[in-house]
Design a protein around this ligand. Structure first.
Ligand code: NAD
Length: 253
């Protein structure tokens, strides 16, 4: 537990389910006040309600992270209701997998827009509050797919792009006591990986088991595996770590 985070305010995008939900709940356990951001209000409400039920503080927002105005309005409201933003977890993401020759321009733009533009807009808006406080933590979400993955030219490029984005923000924002890092998850059991299994015509359980066999620790990850690392990266114990990409994949790269 890193209770020195008590009272800090976090924005977690894509927090209605999966990894983002686990991150929001994990930060709330550290007494962080959380803005739960996702596309659909009722879905975001569920995570926020779960946090409130366990004694924490949260507000839910339905916005598309690709919309600059919506990002700005959401953060202004979060500052008003929760306090100045000190933590940003850029987690919202989608996949639109296809082999290159079948990949549409829409599939390319949707993936680039969600991961790269979304992370850019959220970071650009949030940094203002972090610079004012001379304290901030930004965690971006890369992926082992950044190293290359068949059928994911768009996603792989976006996730590799986020690594350069992370290093650059670490250089620019470091002088303001803002740490910027990325987590790069491997196979994590979520709706995203279950959808991948279904698209490949595989039973999600069989897909998971096949993936686990290739992982040195012989299991796939769970959202809490990533949430724990994010909580660590936001803690004072990680205060001299910046510009790093931490692979969380049950083995080496
Ligand atoms: N699951 C994995 O194995 C895995 C591996 C590596 C990286 N990741 C990354 O982790 C992150 C979370 O993945 P997950 O598995 O929890 O996925 P998920 O599909 O379960 O959850 C993603 C969430 O992001 C939200 N979202 C998508 N586009 C959005 C937008 N434009 N604006 C706001 N919210 C939006 C979705 O509504 C959803 O709730 C993603 O960035 C993903 O690329 C996942």
């Amino acid at each position: 537990m890193y209770s020195e985070l008590e009272g800090r305010v976090a924005v977690v995008t894509g927090a209605a389910r999966g990894i983002g939900r686990a991150e929001a709940l994990r930060l709330a356990r550290e007494r962080v006040r959380v803005a739960v951001v996702d596309l659909v209000q009722e879905d975001a409400d569920e995570t926020a309600e779960e946090i409130r039920q366990s004694g924490g503080t949260a507000e839910a927002y339905s916005i598309n992270v690709m919309n600059a105005q919506a990002v700005m309005t959401m953060m202004e409201d979060a500052v008003h209701r929760l306090g100045p933003i000190g933590i940003l977890v850029n987690n919202a993401g989608i996949t639109r997998d296809n082999l290159l020759f079948k990949m549409s321009e829409e599939d390319w733009d949707a993936v680039m827009g969600t991961h790269l533009k979304g992370s850019f807009l959220c970071a650009r808006t949030a940094q203002r509050y972090m610079v004012e406080q001379k304290w901030g933590k930004i965690v971006n979400t890369s992926s082992t797919s950044a190293l290359g993955n068949r059928g994911q030219a768009n996603y792989s490029a976006a996730k590799a792009g986020l690594q350069g984005f992370t290093r650059t923000l670490a250089i620019e924002l470091g002088p303001f006591n803002i740490n910027v890092n990325a987590v790069a998850p491997g196979f994590i059991d979520t709706a995203m990986t279950r959808a991948t299994a279904e698209r490949m015509g595989m039973d999600p359980e069989a897909f998971k088991q096949a993936a686990a066999k290739e992982i040195p620790l012989r299991r796939v990850g769970v959202p809490e595996d990533i949430a724990n690392v994010v909580a660590f990266l936001c803690s004072e114990q990680a205060s001299f770590i910046s510009g790093q990409v931490l692979y969380v994949r049950g083995g080496p790269n």
